[in-house]
Design a protein around this ligand. Structure first.
Ligand code: AMP
Length: 391
C-alpha cells in the first residue's frame, strides 16, 4: 500500500511517501515546500515531482493519504478524512489556528487531486480518548463544558508509538499488540502484571503522558497546545487569573496578549535568548541567569508531571525520553532523573552519556525502572496507523 503522509503548516507543506505492508514499511520518497501561499499548487507540484523522479507512474498509484490532524470539535480517533473531519477541524480553528485551517484545506485539496485515494486523519487527541472524566475535566461551569472545553492532550501519535515500542523493547508483546490494535479494538482489560510507562516527548513542543497497559491515563497538555510544560515559544501552564490581570495592568488587547502567550513565552520568553534549547544551554553555561532559569522551569515541570503519573500509575516500569530534546539532551535527562532512587529510578551516567539519540536503555543495573531513549518518527507512526485502519 502506497501511503503519502502529508504534513501541513500554515505556510509549509512536507510529505513522505511510504510503501507499507503487513509487518513493516519503508520510506520511498520525501520532499517539502516552505513559504507556501497556495497549498493546492504545492500539492500538485509534489505529485508531479514524484512522477518526474520515477517514484510513481501516476498519482493514481497512491492508495492513501494520512494527515496528523491536531484537534477536532466533537471528533477524535483515527478516522476517514471526510467532510465531517473537515467540519470538526474548522469547528476548533480558533483553538489551533496554526494547524487546523491548513489541514482542513489540505484534505479538501487531496480529495480533488487524488479522488481514488483513501484519506485518513489521525487526530493528535486520539490517544487520550480513554482517559477518565476525572483526569480530563476542568472545574468550570456547565456552559463552558458544553462548548467543548476540557483537557484533550496532544502528541498522541508520538506517545502511542512510545507505548508500542517500549512494550516491544521490554518484552511485553501482549501490551504491544494491544497498542497496535488500539484504534481498531479499543483498550484490552489488563493482564495479571501491569505495564506502566511515563513517556516524555520533549521537543519544540513538549508533553508528558502516563500510560497503563498501552493506554494513556492522562497527559500534561490540556485544551489547547498552549498548556502543560513550557513550550519553545508558547506559554505552557498559566493560571487563568494571570490573563485578565496582565491585560488590565499592561493595557493589552486580547489579540496582543494571545500573541505574547503563543509567540513570546515558553523557553524563549523565560530565557530571553532563544526558543532552541541548544542556544539556552550555551547561554546558561556562560552564566546567563535567565537561560538557567528557563532550563530549571522546564525540568521542574517535567518532574512535576512524572510525579503525578507515578502516583496515578501506582509505580513505574519504564520512563521514556523522545523527540529532539528527549533524544539529545543528556544533561537534561540526568537532571530529570536526579534523586528519584526511592522510586526505583536510577540512571547509569555512562549509558546516558554514550547514548547517541538511538534506541537505548540508560538505567543502572540496580534500577527497577527501565529508562529508555526512543527516537520519534511521527511520519512512520502515521503511515502505520493509516495502513492498520485501511487493512
Ligand atoms: P523536535 O520538536 O522534536 O524537532 O525538537 C526540537 C528541539 O530539540 C530543538 O528546539 C532543540 O532544542 C532540541 N535539540 C535538537 N537537537 C539537539 C541536540 N543535539 N542537543 C540538544 N537539544 C537538541
Amino acid at each position: 500500500m502506497l501511503v503519502l503522509i502529508s504534513n501541513l503548516g500554515s505556510t509549509s507543506f512536507k510529505y513522505r511517501l511510504f510503501r507499507m505492508e503487513a509487518g513493516g514499511g519503508e520510506d520511498v520518497a520525501k520532499g517539502g515546500y516552505e513559504r507556501v501561499t497556495d497549498h493546492a499548487v504545492a500539492i500538485h507540484d509534489a505529485l508531479e515531482q514524484l512522477q518526474r523522479d520515477g517514484v510513481i507512474g501516476s498519482p493514481d498509484e497512491i492508495d492513501a493519504v494520512g494527515f496528523k490532524t491536531v484537534l477536532g470539535k466533537d471528533l477524535s480517533g483515527c478516522v476517514i478524512a471526510d467532510q465531517a473531519a473537515i467540519d470538526a477541524l474548522e469547528g476548533f480553528a480558533a483553538v489551533a489556528p496554526a494547524h487546523n485551517p491548513p489541514y482542513a484545506e489540505g484534505i479538501r485539496q487531496f480529495g480533488k487531486l487524488l479522488p481514488n485515494a483513501r484519506l485518513v486523519a489521525l487526530f493528535e487527541t486520539a490517544f487520550y480518548q480513554w482517559t477518565s472524566p476525572a483526569s480530563h475535566h476542568y472545574a468550570i461551569p456547565a456552559s463552558w463544558r458544553s462548548i467543548g472545553i476540557r483537557r484533550y492532550g496532544f502528541h498522541g501519535a508520538s506517545h502511542k508509538f512510545i507505548a508500542e515500542r517500549s512494550a516491544e523493547l521490554c518484552g511485553r508483546e501482549d501490551v504491544a499488540e494491544t497498542v497496535r490494535r488500539l484504534y481498531l479494538d479499543g483498550p484490552k482489560t489488563s493482564g495479571p502484571k501491569p505495564f506502566r510507562v511515563i513517556s516524555c516527548h520533549l521537543g519544540g513542543s513538549s508533553s508528558v503522558t502516563g500510560i497503563r497497559d498501552g493506554v494513556a491515563i492522562g497527559t500534561s497538555m490540556g485544551f489547547s497546545p498552549q498548556s502543560g510544560l513550557p513550550q519553545n515559544n508558547r506559554v505552557g501552564e498559566l493560571d487563568s487569573g494571570a490573563l485578565p490581570y496582565a491585560m488590565r495592568t499592561l493595557g493589552l488587547s486580547l489579540e496582543e496578549a494571545e500573541r505574547q502567550l503563543t509567540k513570546e513565552s515558553g523557553l524563549l520568553g523565560l530565557s530571553g535568548v532563544s526558543n532552541d534549547i541548544r542556544d539556552i544551554n550555551e547561554a546558561a553555561a556562560t552564566g546567563n541567569a535567565d537561560a538557567a532559569l528557563a532550563l530549571d522551569v522546564l525540568i521542574h515541570s517535567i518532574r512535576h508531571w512524572i510525579g503525578a503519573f507515578l502516583i496515578e500509575l501506582g509505580g513505574l516500569d519504564a520512563l521514556v525520553f523522545t523527540a529532539g530534546i528527549g533524544e539529545n539532551g543528556k544533561a537534561l535527562r540526568a537532571r530529570v532523573c536526579e534523586g528519584l532512587e526511592a522510586f526505583g529510578i536510577r540512571m547509569d551516567p555512562q549509558a546516558n552519556e554514550d547514548c547517541r539519540a538511538t534506541e537505548s536503555f540508560i538505567q543502572a543495573e540496580n534500577s527497577t525502572v527501565k529508562i529508555m531513549v526512543i527516537p520519534a518518527n511521527e511520519e512512520l507512526v502515521l503511515a502505520r496507523e493509516v495502513f492498520r485502519k485501511l487493512s
